[in-house]
Design a protein around this ligand. Structure first.
Ligand code: Z5A
Length: 211
């Protein structure tokens, strides 16, 4: 049981174009009105060094293991400098992607062993795990359609549909394995319906962590 003075750690996961960023913006308004002290952040990134690593990850060619280790290097910095200080001071942390993306992208899609990722998860995070992961479940093609008008594609966006189907199946498996942590959101719904679905669950979290 966690101490009530600590903030909750909420993450948002899904394939591209699922609507995470859109909904995090909307949730901010609700949390402000509810008197919850919070920060929003993202991975890879969230710190000065992490954002530099993000640029490398999105643009530069690299070996798969390098990609995984850079994700966790950025995460180590993020946890030490941003996430833990916020949680320990009672703030909620809303994070756009976290380690579950490493399992889905580097593990299930690239094929790096899940055991290796699990070892890094323990090493870098200790006991830190998200209190809740909102999983934006959307057919891969629908998400891709939403973002197809964007300009130059980054290294991940340039992957093919088979890759993203593996990512999506990875999230599906993780949602089953971490069923106490994952909350599935039907991301095909309208923006307003997605927001309503998230807020319903968020109200329960507020009662649990801030009540
Ligand atoms: N990555 C990794 O491999 N391993 C890791 O450990 C981590 C990350 C942490 C970072 O990408 C990349 O890093 C990511 C995985 C990898 N690559 N991919 N793909 P990112 O954070 O820059 O990319 P993203 O998370 O995929 O962002 P995104 O494509 O923008 O998706 P989104 O944030 O979920 O969607 P959005 O920006 O809110 O919405 C996209 C569009 O859809 C926009 O025009 C909205 O207005 C529209 N939208 C949103 N919701 C709806 C609904 N409900 N209906 C209709 N239209 C909607």
């Amino acid at each position: 049981m966690r101490e009530s003075k600590k903030g909750a750690f909420i993450t948002f996961e899904g394939t591209e174009g699922a609507g995470k960023t859109t909904q995090i913006e909307r949730i901010k308004t609700f949390l402000e009105a509810s008197g919850i002290d919070f920060i929003t952040t993202r991975e890879p990134g969230g710190t000065l060094l992490g954002e530099k690593i993000r640029s490398l990850l999105l643009q530069d060619e690299m070996a798969q293991m390098t990609e995984l280790l850079l994700m966790f290097a950025a995460r180590a910095e993020h946890i030490a400098k941003v996430i833990l200080p916020a949680i320990n001071s009672g703030k909620w942390v809303l994070c756009d992607r976290f380690t579950e993306s490493s399992y889905a992208y580097q593990g299930y899609a690239r094929g790096i062993s899940l055991e290796a990722i699990s070892t890094l998860e323990s090493l870098v995070q200790g006991e830190l795990r998200p209190d809740c992961t909102f999983w934006f479940d959307i057919p891969v093609l629908e998400g891709m359609k939403r973002v197809q008008s964007r300009g130059d594609k980054d290294r991940f966006e340039a992957e093919n549909i088979t890759f993203f189907e593996k990512v999506s199946a990875g999230f599906q498996t993780l949602a089953q394995e971490r069923s106490n942590q994952f909350y599935r959101v039907d991301a095909l719904q309208s923006k307003d319906d997605v927001t309503a679905s998230i807020l319903l669950h968020l109200k329960g979290l507020i009662n649990r962590y801030a009540g």
